[in-house]
Each structure stands twice: as structure tokens, then as C-alpha cells.
Design a protein around this ligand. Structure first.
Ligand code: SF4
Length: 418
């Protein structure tokens, strides 16, 4: 007998007391996933995961057919944030060797966005780091959006600028912004563990301000920050209560130089269960696999598309994604169609496939007050050395690659990955 045959079961958890097919039947008939059911999905053994994904894929196909929405990030301003979010490579005092630059010039922002659109993106997410925008920042972004829409009238624009103050959401809406991203990131009960410079309630307030102004609400989470399954469920049900139109699910990229450096609690199958749980909780909402897709799903990325209907093309805010061509090939190889590439939605898709909206932020990212306003290029910091490929697998599982710091696209002279 081989060593493999002698080995004890890797997964000691009991078989799930969960019938995913029956659960999906009930959800299809109007049942709302309960917290206990959601936790049962996350607690399910590895061996049951593909059954759960297959069941949840029925909801994905019912609402979105076999389309994948492709989104493209433009980081208008990177780094230099005064907030202390532990997961973020742009946080106060970070030693992460990310690009740092102030506002892109408007023509450069529009040019960068055009590269993503040419690559198949139907939505551009315009992101600026920091606490929240000044009114001048809002005017700046409004101008960029006007220029972008003049060249690309059909593209959807999502802004992600941080906490909004009175009148700012309305001004963005008037400028042609379609959606606003502001992630809850984690459960209220876990929030103080990941950030103390602002509150969970402040995040909820901005999501609500955006929605009240008529902007499509995009708000999601970051999994893998030390939260429990119950807290992940708490966060997702809070997003459901906020009626977020689009839910980006990030998997923590534990950048060196941040407090969560080296933290690893996710496996590819765990990530699939998280995505399936979100789909079951929010069957008709845009579910985006966001930052950390390549690092944590690894070879199971296309399986994630069975439940998620949206991804980012190419790179993230401060890290590099897989090549954009590989993203598009993955979509095609898995039998999906890029939304907008073929104007006829796949059979079975309801209206949500064409009208759903989402947002951005590979791992957070917001706009700052009182930041220097020199145009981009003046103070870009480009790291000298490449990041090592392999992280220490703290959890004892297989090693996850480290984030590969972004050195191309917006804020650099190198071609964008689009
Ligand atoms: S997530 Fe946003 S607010 Fe928090 S540190 Fe990063 S850029 Fe700043």
C-alpha cells in the first residue's frame, strides 16, 4: 500500500448536514439563506465543495446566464493613505514597497481606462487611496468621468474614493458616475480587529449615501483576515441587508510590510465555499471575484466562475494579476462569454445580467483629504526588487504565492496589463 493510501483523511470535518440541491430549490422558490445555512456551507468538508458549487451554479445561470462581466481598475492615486487598515498595502506607515503617486492627469486616467475597455471591460473602476475626497477631488474625478464617457459613452464607471460627505455622491452621479464602491470588508463584530482609524458605521454610512444619490451600490468584503465563519456570514448578510448591487469578494493578499504579512487561512476550496455562500445568500447580485483570485483560487479560478459572474481584468491596485489574455482565455475555456462582447445575453439570463453593476477595489482603496495634489509622475516610487514568489505557509497548508507588486500600468511608464 502506498503512503498516499495509508494517509489519514486530510479533512477531519464530518459530512455536511447540507443538501445543496434542495437548498437551491428552496432559494429558487424565494427562501432567504439563513445564517445557520450559510455557516453550514462554509463548514462543509472539502469533499462536498464541488457539489455545493454545482448547486449554486444554477442560481448563477438563472440570473446571469453564462456571461462574465469584466471590470478594469484604474488607480488614480496610490498609497499615501492616513488610515490604518491592517490588510491594506496603502495604509499609514506601511513598509510595503508599492507604487506611490498622487493624482493621474485626466488624460492619462482616460487613456488607462481606454486600455481596459479595449481589452473587453464593460466597467471601469476609478479608485483613489485615502480617507475620502475633498470637494476639489470630486470635481477632478467628475471631469475625468465626463472625458471618459465622451470617448466611451457605453462604458459603466464606478468611483471608489473613500468616505463621502454631503453632496459628493450627488455630484458624482450628475457627472455620469454609475456606481460607487465602498467595501464593508468584514463583519461589524470583527471590524476593530482590522482597523481603528475609522468605524464600521462610517463605512455603512457611505454605502447608504451612494445608494441614496442613485448610484448603484457596490460593496463587498475581504476574506481571510482572521475572521470566523460566523463573522464572514455576518458580513455577507449585512451586505444583503444593504442591498449592495455588486459584491466584490477579495481574498486577503498579505503584503509584506503590513500587519497581516504572512497571514494565510484560506485554501482554494475554502474560497470556493465562500463564493458559493455569497451566491446562495445573494442569488441575483453581481458577485465578483476580486483581489487575491490568482493567489488563493489558483488552478480553481475557472471553477469560481461557476458561481461568480464578474472579475477584474489584469492587475489590481497595488499588485499584479495574471495576464489579461489569460483572464479572457480562462473565461472562454470555461465556456463563458464576456458580457458585452456578444450583445445577446446567454439563454436563461434574466435582466440582471445586462443591468447589474459592481464596483471595485482590489483590496480597499479610497480617496484622501489634504493629500498633495501634484500630478502623477512627479513622485512615483517604483520598488527596485521583485517580490519573492512563495510565502511561508503559516497554516500548514500548501504555500500561496506572495502578492506580486504592480509595476506597470497607471502611474508607471510600462504598458498596462489590459
Ligand atoms: S483601505 Fe482605503 S482607507 Fe484603508 S488604508 Fe487602504 S486606502 Fe486607506
Amino acid at each position: 500500500m502506498t503512503a498516499t493510501q495509508d494517509a489519514p483523511a486530510v479533512d477531519p470535518r464530518p459530512a455536511a448536514a447540507l443538501d445543496p440541491e434542495a437548498l437551491v430549490d428552496r432559494i429558487g422558490a424565494g427562501h432567504r439563506l439563513t445564517a445557520d445555512e450559510a455557516v453550514a456551507v462554509l463548514d462543509a468538508p472539502d469533499a462536498d465543495t464541488f457539489r455545493i458549487v454545482a448547486a449554486a451554479s444554477r442560481l448563477r445561470e438563472k440570473h446571469f446566464g453564462r456571461t462574465v462581466k469584466v471590470n478594469y481598475l484604474v488607480s488614480l492615486k496610490t498609497g499615501l493613505c492616513p488610515e490604518n487598515c491592517t490588510y491594506c498595502s496603502q495604509r499609514l506607515g506601511t513598509e510595503a514597497e508599492i507604487l506611490r503617486y498622487t493624482w493621474l492627469k485626466p488624460e492619462e486616467a482616460v487613456r488607462q481606462a481606454g486600455l481596459g475597455i479595449a481589452g473587453g471591460a464593460s466597467r471601469v473602476c476609478m479608485v483613489a487611496s485615502g480617507t475620502g475626497p475633498t470637494d476639489r477631488d470630486v470635481d477632478r474625478v467628475a471631469g475625468m468621468v465626463g472625458d471618459l464617457k465622451a470617448q466611451h459613452p457605453d462604458v459603466e464607471v464606478c468611483a471608489c474614493l473613500g468616505f463621502l460627505k454631503d453632496g459628493q455622491a450627488e455630484k458624482l452621479k450628475d457627472a455620469g458616475v454609475d456606481a460607487y464602491n465602498h467595501n464593508l470588508n468584514t463583519a461589524e463584530s470583527h471590524y476593530e480587529s482590522i482597523c481603528t482609524s475609522h468605524t464600521y458605521e462610517q463605512r455603512v454610512d457611505t454605502v447608504q449615501r451612494a445608494g441614496a444619490a442613485g448610484l448603484s451600490s457596490c460593496s463587498g468584503l475581504i476574506a481571510g483576515m482572521g475572521e470566523t465563519h460566523e463573522q464572514l456570514v455576518e458580513a455577507v448578510l449585512a451586505l444583503r441587508d444593504l442591498d449592495s448591487d455588486s459584491i466584490p469578494v477579495n481574498f486577503l493578499m498579505p503584503f509584506d510590510g503590513t500587519p497581516l504579512q504572512g497571514h494565510q487561512q484560506l485554501t482554494p476550496l475554502e474560497c470556493l465555499r465562500i463564493l458559493a455562500m455569497v451566491r446562495l445568500a445573494c442569488p441575483d447580485k453581481e458577485l465578483r471575484i476580486a483581489g487575491g483570485r490568482e493567489m488563493h483560487l489558483r488552478s480553481l479560478q475557472p471553477v469560481g466562475l461557476q458561481v461568480a459572474n464578474s472579475i477584474f481584468l489584469g492587475d489590481y491596485l497595488t499588485s499584479e494579476g495574471q495576464d489579461a489574455e489569460a483572464d479572457l482565455a480562462m473565461i472562454a475555456d470555461a465556456g463563458y462569454t464576456v458580457l458585452g462582447a456578444d450583445t445577446a445575453a446567454a439563454p436563461g439570463a434574466d435582466d440582471a445580467a445586462a443591468s447589474s453593476s459592481g464596483g471595485c477595489c482590489g483590496s480597499g482603496g479610497c480617496g484622501g483629504e489634504g493629500e498633495p495634489t501634484a500630478e502623477a509622475g512627479a513622485d512615483v516610487v517604483i520598488p527596485d526588487e521583485p517580490t519573492p514568489d512563495i510565502a511561508d505557509p503559516a497554516a500548514g497548508g500548501p504555500a500561496a504565492p506572495k502578492p506580486e507588486l504592480r509595476r506597470r500600468g497607471a502611474g508607471t511608464d510600462a504598458p498596462a496589463n489590459a
